[in-house]
Design a protein around this ligand. Structure first.
Ligand SMILES: NC(=O)c1ccc[n+]([C@@H]2O[C@H](COP(=O)([O-])OP(=O)(O)OC[C@H]3O[C@@H](n4cnc5c(N)ncnc54)[C@H](OP(=O)(O)O)[C@@H]3O)[C@@H](O)[C@H]2O)c1
Length: 318
């Protein structure tokens, strides 16, 4: 198929583009051309690349027409963040694409309730990002079910892989947390450290996108979580990381108001966002319908990322 990926050179695209090329698809990647994928791959030589700034093209009202002109059989939209943006594209592509796969997020769920969370649980998102993604999901699934627009929505967890800092055991992104655990320094966690995070390796997200295309008949009109097989508690995550370096984790616990005062504001905000959701999502639906088979547990995925942080000098190991 001729597959257009909007935003194909990021975390997921780095793995998805080579997968699609290997599967025999004709791949067209759309971006502003400001960055290269995290890892080079010979597959990129056969990819048709187009430079379009979505924000500017949407403001001019031309983005949908520009994508339609690329004559996609399938469109993968990695970078849609508002319902208006989704609607603009759907209206341009209606009747001309066989499949439209949107990248959502598990933040369409608000705080976890009954876990593992399944896709059919009522949405109670909070925050602008989660609210908009939930509105996009509702819009696309309604378009699929009512008007036959061939949309599928995939909801990744915290995407990790070599090349960028993963969500760490303190629930934020400062790689110094890994250095603390590697060197046996004390790490303070909020509350009892029993709130959860749910990672996924970028290549497993790519696998799910590829399988959504090959399983179109059961994917259209549906949304799927794309996470590792199991979430981690912050405490369990910290203990496992320390063990990689042959040490017990020296953990201390503080109530949220006390803990937040011990870190920078950006870190406190990131941690709050993660523990207030405490995601723990089921992949049973994606396993059943898409034959999604994640290759990485959460810890294996993070291990890959931490090895890269060490090589890059962002994490020091004594
Ligand atoms: N990161 C996570 O942990 C996480 C978790 C759950 C869900 N998600 C979802 O994952 C999606 C993002 O995927 P990703 O993490 O693979 O992306 P990413 O690494 O942020 O890469 C973004 C891609 O979009 C391009 N891009 C950015 N702004 C653009 C613009 N205005 N016009 C055209 N192209 C643009 C970038 O290339 P240029 O810079 O060269 O344009 C790049 O190819 C989002 O929908 C997000 O909600 C992410």
């Amino acid at each position: 198929m001729r597959v257009v990926i909007i935003g194909g050179s990021g975390h997921v695209g780095t793995y998805l583009v080579p997968r699609l090329v290997a599967a025999g698809h004709q791949v067209v990647a759309v971006s502003r051309n400001r960055r290269e994928p995290y890892q080079p791959h010979p597959a990129w030589a056969s990819v048709e690349r187009h430079t379009i700034d979505r924000a500017a093209a949407e403001a001019a009202g031309t983005f949908g027409a520009q994508i339609r002109k690329l004559e996609p059989a399938a469109v993968i939209d990695m970078i849609c963040f508002t319902r208006d943006s989704a609607r603009h594209l759907v209206e341009a592509l209606r009747g001309s694409v066989a499949h439209f796969v949107h990248c959502g997020t598990i933040w369409v769920h608000g705080p976890s309730a009954v876990v593992p969370t399944t896709e059919d649980q009522p949405r109670a998102p909070f925050g602008e990002y989660g609210n908009q993604k939930a509105a996009i999901e509702a819009y696309l699934l309604d378009e699929a079910r009512r008007n036959g627009f061939p949309a599928t929505v995939l909801h990744p967890g915290h995407i990790v892989g070599p090349g960028w800092a993963p969500l760490n055991p303190a629930g934020h992104f400062n790689p110094a947390t890994f250095t603390k655990l590697a060197s046996g320094a004390e790490l303070t966690l909020p509350n009892l450290g029993l709130e959860t995070v749910h990672h996924v390796h970028a290549d497993d997200v790519a696998q799910a996108f590829e399988r959504a295309l090959t399983h179109r008949s059961v994917a259209v009109g549906e949304s799927f979580h794309v996470v590792s097989p199991a979430a981690l508690t912050l405490r369990g995550y910290a203990e496992a990381v320390a063990a990689w370096f042959g040490r017990p984790a020296r953990l201390k616990f503080l109530s949220w108001p006390e803990w937040r005062a011990t870190v920078a504001e950006a870190e406190a905000n990131a941690t709050w966002d993660h523990i207030a959701h405490s995601p723990n999502c089921s992949i049973a639906k994606a396993e059943r319908l898409l034959e999604y088979r994640p290759r990485y547990t959460s810890l294996q995925a993070v291990y890959d990322a931490v090895q890269w942080l060490i090589k890059d000098g962002q994490v020091s190991v004594p």
